[in-house]
Design a protein around this ligand. Structure first.
Ligand code: NDP
Length: 524
């Protein structure tokens, strides 16, 4: 059994021995049923105390400046590499995911993100000199400033405890904020281990804290922070947005998805089939940007389906025992299994067929679902319209690209999408017609690894985005600064007392500037 060596309560920053709400939370290994550790269920009073600690610690951290903060982040990157195996085992112990899913999509992401934000925080946040065509500010110095908001709350889901829970803490810290992370009650151990890593990397006490607990702990956190970064279901995201609105604090929401894949008849079907299987089954389908539904143009349908069926049959499911042992790991969150079973049953009841899988498995005390390929599906079925978040792959035959685009957009979600065709110009044109925050041509999900590109959902998939400039500026308040030089006019031309001559002169000026209906100046 993999556990965090230190008891989580020892490494949790609860100042002055803050009280918590009685019972601890037992963390289960979903692949074995064993208990991987326990964490405190923090109550609102404990969260309030952590918020005070975070606020006290923030000014010193901000005063570090970009370079000194970057040094801490770079040491944390090295710490992660030095402690890679321990981190992988901790992630596996609470998610039941495969060794590769922990290494590639969690360690790989976080390690890259430490370096990216250490390097790019100044580029995105340093004071910017702004030019203006506005006559009244000629000769003045105009500055756009991004200053840290102060105390950021990050609430994360269980599917990627490092990438999606902790990942957003990195830019928030790089910007000079204190952060309190509320990980999912199902997967808190990774965040606690990361807190230990940050402390060993020289992050000052109180700048990063982990508030373990359930939904109530997350709700309490929103009451104390200056901004809330939430990743999770659309249902909870709405509650978070409402709570943030009541406090008038900004929130950024990364929510659910139902990502479509479109396969045109001229596609490289071998590549498309590999992508469909990998990006629907990776992390046992528990990825917000998993391929959740596929539309294939009729001429390519049989060949594509044959390839996918063969590849799905070759997948091994079960508890991971080191690298290369299984492709599909456990279902991390117990109620998720019921959702998967419900969606598959609903599809079968309405006329769909399974070509592989279709059953839950409980080998060795674990919780698994077989890689499940469904055909004869349509949009009356939940499997094509609601987020399944499991190892299911429904494939639908369509007449042409137009039908595929129409069905791809027939969704309340708009997180990611992919299009496969050898005609990349056409692929790009189709990608642009899909209402999603990200779209890949001849690939899928890969945009998430590109931290230079924004990642955020359209429609019910979210508000705001992570990565790129927006992924760090959202943790800051903008401040506009206008500096008038020492040798300025005693009185500006538009001021009191009003004189007819001056007013007529300004009138002529406005007409000259704006009355010609042409000529967009560079600065306007
Ligand atoms: P949930 O919405 O159930 O939970 C997310 C977090 O919110 C958890 O830490 C949860 O705590 C907490 N929470 C629950 N209730 C409240 C509340 N009232 N106020 C504040 N916080 C609360 O999501 P899941 O953990 O089930 O995650 C899966 C979902 O996340 C999927 O829909 C997936 O698509 C989405 N997701 C989106 C991503 C994106 O980038 N768009 C990335 C990854 C996942 P607790 O767990 O203790 O109840």
């Amino acid at each position: 059994m993999a556990t965090v060596e230190q008891h989580p309560a020892d490494i949790l920053t609860t100042p002055n021995g803050a009280a918590h709400a009685g019972a601890d939370i037992a963390v289960e290994n979903p692949a074995t049923g064993e208990i991987a550790g326990t964490v405190p269920d923090l109550d609102a009073a404990a969260v309030a105390e952590m918020a005070r600690t975070g606020r006290d610690a923030q000014p010193q951290w901000e005063a570090f400046g970009f370079e000194a903060r970057a040094q801490v982040l770079m040491r944390a990157q090295k710490w992660l590499m030095d402690n890679q195996e321990r981190m992988i085992q901790t992630i596996i112990s609470e998610t039941g995911k495969t060794y590769e899913d922990a290494e590639f999509a969690e360690i790989g992401y976080a390690a890259n993100a430490f370096g990216f934000w250490a390097k790019n925080a100044p580029r995105y946040l340093e004071d910017e000199r702004v030019r203006s065509s506005q006559l009244l500010v000629k000769g003045k110095k105009l500055i756009l400033r991004h200053r840290p908001l102060g105390l950021i709350g990050v609430i994360g889901p269980w599917n990627y405890p490092l990438t999606n829970s902790f990942g957003d803490c990195i830019p928030a810290l790089a910007a000079g904020n204190s952060v309190i992370l509320k990980p999912s009650e199902v997967t808190p151990l990774t965040s606690l281990l990361m807190a230990e890593g940050l402390r060993e990397s020289g992050l000052p006490e109180g700048v990063f804290q982990v508030a373990t607990g359930r939904g109530e702990t997350g709700a309490a956190l929103i009451e104390h922070v200056d901004m809330i970064m939430f990743t999770g279901s659309t249902r909870t995201g709405r509650k978070v947005a409402e709570a943030a609105a009541r406090r008038l604090i900004p929130c950024s929401l990364e929510l659910g998805g139902k990502d479509p894949m479109i396969v045109l008849s001229d596609a490289d079907l071998e590549r498309a089939a590999n992508m469909a299987v990998y990006y629907s089954m990776q992390n046992a389908g528990q990825t917000c940007i998993s391929i959740e539904r596929v539309y294939v143009e009729a001429p390519a349908y049989d060949e594509f389906l044959g390839k996918v069926t063969e590849k799905m049959r070759a997948l091994r499911v079960g508890a991971p025992h080191g690298p290369g042992s299984v492709e599909v790991g456990a279902i991390t969150f117990p109620p998720q299994l019921a959702t998967i079973e419900d969606h598959v049953k609903d599809a079968l009841d309405k006329g769909a067929r399974t070509l592989t899988g279709g059953h839950a498995r409980h080998d060795g005390g674990g919780r698994f679902y077989e890689p499940t390929l469904l055909v004869d599906v349509d949009h009356t079925m939940k499997i094509m319209t609601e987020e399944t978040f499991g190892p299911t792959l429904p494939i639908m035959k369509v007449a042409d690209a137009e039908e595929a685009v129409r069905l791809a957009n027939d969704s309340p979600y708009g997180l990611g999408a992919s299009v496969f065709t050898r005609d990349t110009a056409r692929g790009e044109e189709i990608a642009k017609r899909i209402h999603a925050g990200a779209a890949n041509v001849n690939d899928a999900l890969i945009n998430y690894t590109v931290l230079e590109l924004p990642m955020g959902g359209a429609k019910a998939s979210g508000l705001g985005s992570r990565h790129a400039a927006g992924g760090i500026r959202k943790f800051c308040a903008q401040q506009a600064i206008v500096i008038t030089p020492r040798l300025a006019l005693k009185r500006e031309v538009h001021m009191f007392p009003y004189k007819a001559k001056t007013t007529r002169m300004l009138s002529r000026f406005f007409k000259f500037m704006y009355g010609r209906g042409k000529g967009i100046s560079k600065e306007s």
